[in-house]
Design a protein around this ligand. Sequence first.
Ligand SMILES: [Zn+2]
Ligand SMILES: [Zn+2]
Length: 431
Amino acid sequence: MKKLMLTLLSIGVIGLMSWNGPITPSELIDKDLPYLLAFYKTRHQEPEISLQEKETAKALAGELRQIGFDVTEDFGGYGIVGILKNGDGPMILYRTDMDALPMAEKTGLPYTSKRVPGEGQDGAMHACGHDMHMTTWLGTARALANMKDQWKGTLMLIGQPAEEIGAGAKLMIDNGLYQTFGVPDYAIGLHCSPTIPAGQVGFGKGYTMANTEKITINVFGKGAHGASPHMSIDPVVIASMIVMDLQTIVSRNIKPTDAAVVTVGVFQSGTAYNIIPDGAKLELTVRTYSEETRQYVHKRIKEICRGVAMGAGLPEDKMPEVIIPDVFTPANYNDPELMDDLVTSAQKAIGEAAVVAAEPLMIGEDFSRYGLTPEDVPAVLYWLGTAPQARIESGDLPGLHSPFYYPDPEVSIKTGVSVTTQGLLDLFNGE
Ligand SMILES: [Zn+2]
Ligand SMILES: [Zn+2]
């Protein structure tokens, strides 16, 4: 007990002691909630967009140092790594992202973003809930730092920049994350769900989020006067036919039980109504789960482009150019065994009824990269329910990246910290 008291005093942040046996995560979190709520509101009011998370990272690093973590800053952009060594046991990575989106907030909350649109900037908003991710991450760190007598191992906390542009995890891993700090035994993270009620969490097994790629197609043609189509090979018509044929990849080529998305989001061509231009540009987002399907979609896109161009009579040197970048956000794969363990812990923390099954989505999240290294670290990204009760009742549930999205702060913080703390405790203790 003396040792425990000393530990608590040296941490001195939460300053909690239980005289009736070991402190439970629930007791700790309840007492820490006002602190975390204030932290959350500050983060919400002071969002920073991708690759500009300077003050946010500094705040997180300061918080971790205060509770005994060894913190490295500016590791891959503004990335931070906090290490808490607590005896022999597994090393577990727990990641939060830190970036906001370049958009104006329209929630009307009393703690609305201070980064309003102004000269030359769009404003900034935590419309993807990364402020909630940071808060539950900090809450979990504070709980575990106060319960060091109840677990053994090494906690590796990651504050990741630039998730929204799919760059941050790669920045940190390419900067030698695992070479510098060691390879974790597990990697976990959470993401806010705008539809799962606050107070609940959602888990999906296997692939839960998609390979996310941007593909550009440059279509060539032969320009002419708008009144002389016979003098042209019209790239607007060719690109239009390509757009229509691309629709058959998912409907006719992909196995019906597999999943893929091919969306043409950009179609650009021409300068004036009476000129047939000599080129057109298409930009696509392509979403898949497996590598095999990803490669197959690429193959079909190239075949369709070439086929349509040949049909239009374009010569070999005017075939469409299909640009597929090497770097893309890989699909998120939730390790089944780790997920089962975390589900059991979550049920212990918040009750069986509050742990729900979540459907896979075709959105992207670069958390996937922490598991996809050559070391193949078992990883799970789970959903933290955030939808406020009143919004569920009204049926008005703005999605992530909506200027109207906001989580129910108290309930979401408490749920996220409870579930993650219990999950980590059980993993550290091999339960
Ligand atoms: Zn987002
Ligand atoms: Zn996000």
